[in-house]
Design a protein around this ligand. Structure first.
Ligand SMILES: [Zn+2]
Length: 306
């Protein structure tokens, strides 16, 4: 577990899920009270607590735990975490709330989609309904000392996805709405598993861009420079993938063929292709699922690009 101070009011805890560094970040936003943004999965909650301890966080002062969506790598740990946070409410999109209260269906689906990775993440524990804030776009939570956290609905990656904007440093916590940031290569890998919605994802990126963020805090992984340009580049990358997927569907290509075409035509992916191939989570899970998300979208909706 590693802790990094990114701003006077923002700290990053690398929760090192299953021993993987630089995979999942949890953020601590500090005003008078504290919000934790993204929890990581159940299995790494002990590391998250170790990080909070390292930061000297008084657990009674945690007012909110905010998750971008209920996928296990973002919100899986929230039920376990709450056991030791007596004052905290959970902020989640209103369409995600039921999955936190009763995570059984989510767990079964995660096992189907993620296979062994789901076991590495661990089974989520339920959250008592009274502790959930079923959030809507624009809701704002005041932490004191001019630190506020605002909900920004950002659908596309999931139908219950939201990002967060903190108004003290104009920082965005995109969740999965802005792809996966690989710092070593300064590259972004799309995270667009089915049922991905390209149309909604592009709207979401416009919304985040319009906030003119000065900081961008990726769950996967870390702070990225040049937020506005990066969000725009990601939108272009999604449009490129959509064109390739659309063409692949027309030619009746397989997932692996479309994947190959994407690697060839997307410069960002090409420059980290070897790194992706060497990393089973990125290669087997993220990249395959992301390509499949585009292919399903293209099959169902055709080309919606303007
Ligand atoms: Zn997700």
């Amino acid at each position: 577990m590693r802790v990094t101070r990114l701003a006077e009011h923002v700290d990053l805890i690398d929760v090192e899920t299953a021993g993987f560094e630089n995979l999942i970040a949890s953020y601590v936003l500090t005003g008078k009270s504290i919000a934790i943004i993204e929890t990581g999965p159940t299995s790494s909650v002990p590391n998250l607590f170790a990080g909070l301890d390292r930061l000297g966080v008084n657990l009674d002062s945690v007012a909110y735990v905010a998750v971008s969506h209920v996928h296990l790598d973002h919100g899986g740990g929230v039920g376990t975490l709450l056991g030791k946070l007596p004052e905290a409410k959970v902020i989640v999109h209103e369409r995600g709330a039921a999955h936190l209260v009763n995570p059984e269906k989510l767990w079964q689906q995660s096992k189907e989609v993620l296979g062994e990775l789901a076991d590495l993440y661990g089974r989520p524990e339920p959250v008592p309904p009274a502790r959930i804030v079923a959030a809507q776009d624009g809701m704002t939570f005041d932490l004191g000392k001019n630190v506020r956290l605002r909900v920004v609905e950002t659908l596309g990656h999931a139908s219950h996805h939201q990002s967060y904007f903190e108004t003290f440093g104009d920082g965005v916590f995109p969740g999965d709405a802005a792809g996966i940031y690989v710092k070593e290569f300064d590259a972004i890998v799309p995270t667009t598993p089915a049922p991905f919605r390209l149309d909604a994802a592009l709207v979401a990126l416009d919304r985040l861009e319009s906030l003119k963020p000065k900081a961008l805090y990726y769950t996967h992984f870390g702070e990225a420079s040049d937020p506005v340009r990066r969000l725009r580049t990601y939108a272009d990358q999604l449009r490129l993938w959509a064109r390739v997927a659309q063409e692949g569907i027309r030619k009746r290509q397989s997932l692996q063929e479309v994947r190959r075409e994407i690697i060839e035509s997307d410069e960002q992916i090409r420059k980290i292709a070897k790194f992706i191939e060497a990393n089973p989570v990125l290669s087997e899970t993220v990249l395959n699922n992301s390509v499949q998300g585009f292919m399903q979208f293209a099959e169902k909706f055709g080309n919606v690009q303007s």
